[in-house]
Ligand binder design. Sequence first.
Ligand code: LRH
Ligand code: MN
Length: 424
Amino acid sequence: MQLTRDKIEEHNQALLKEHQRNFDFLASETREFENIIQKLISFQVAIPSWALGAGGTRFGRFSIGGEPRNLEEKIQDIALLHALNRSSGAISLHIPWDIPTNASAIKILAAQNELRFDAMNSNTFQDQPDQKLSYKFGSMQHVDRAVRKQAIEHNIEVIKYGVELESRSLTVWLSDGSNFPGQLNFRKAFQNTLSSLQEVYAALPENWKMFVEYKPYEPNFYSMTVADWGQSLLYANKLGGKAYTLVDLGHHFPGTNVEQIVALLLMEGKLGGFHFNDSRYGDDDLTVGSMKPYQLFLIFNQLVEGMDARGMDHASDLAWMIDASHNLKDPLEDLLQSVEAIMISYAQALLVDRKRLVQAQEQNDVVSAQEILQNVFRTDVRPLVAEAQLRSGAALDPIGLSRNEKVRHHLIKERGSKTVATGL
Ligand code: LRH
Ligand code: MN
């Protein structure tokens, strides 16, 4: 299913007058809006290849129909998202769910749709049919050197696939840990994991990065061997300059001040990137900004302040990736909502009057400091995001257009109603 430029222009024509009115009003109130629009246009979010089908839980999975049957169709779906919002210009692959059997063909297909490959993801949290040794008791932490070796070789294989696709980074999320006190020697588990990661690190090409993703629980429910930002930072510091931490928003206990974690990891130059999603309780993998939009804004506020303090390039110096699971909604619509929520929070963070905020902080003027942030959060910046979409050739109302074009209906007609995409 392809969306032509004409279709998008025709759609925008109908919405242009209303958009112009909203945009002119906001622009009249906004300093430097041109600079903000340029930053929004160059900001691209990577779409997870494992979230293009219906997600599920252990209690059930309800198929959506028209799900991509292979990597080519997953790239077509992401191309559709990118045509609709021109902010989804990257793909994050998960191996072995998305092995690029014909890497050069996959690369050409992605390039034809102006898509690049962001971080590759390894998988040592499941046993594959042809796998010799089980990861039941962990992978890189495992007491058996042979199991650790198997996990190391898998990660090196994932890097090889990534090099073929011109990806530049590897995300390692380890489900390793324990379910009961006494089951694991924490020090040995850490040291086994570190020495295993060091062997993978040694195989990284010169210009690559390694992201160490932490998670406090699930699938283990007593300890995780990379449980929080401190442990991830410990690994990243011991590994070397190409190793960074990866912040999955859902991998924090309720009430955690994630924006403070982001500020400190950025200060240390050890923040590699994000898995954006939202949650109320655990690793719920819900639509970005759907539960805690103020936290998402506060995270971007720390990102803009911290990245500017280090002279970093917003668009390219960190990995911006979504990691969500769609149990009820159409995955494509859910991803469009998530990308929009990210763009809104980024636009609001760019609107913060940093000089006045620093002044208020230096004078312990708590009310002014709070008001500066809350006023921006209460500003409807959607006309700015829409203007960036319009100027980059996208649709003013991506979900509206995808519905008018009956995208899911066409995908079901093309692929069938029972197809199941690889992934979670
Ligand atoms: C673990 C995780 C990790 C992925 C997986 C799909 O919860 O966040 O990033 O590998 O989800
Ligand atoms: Mn994740």
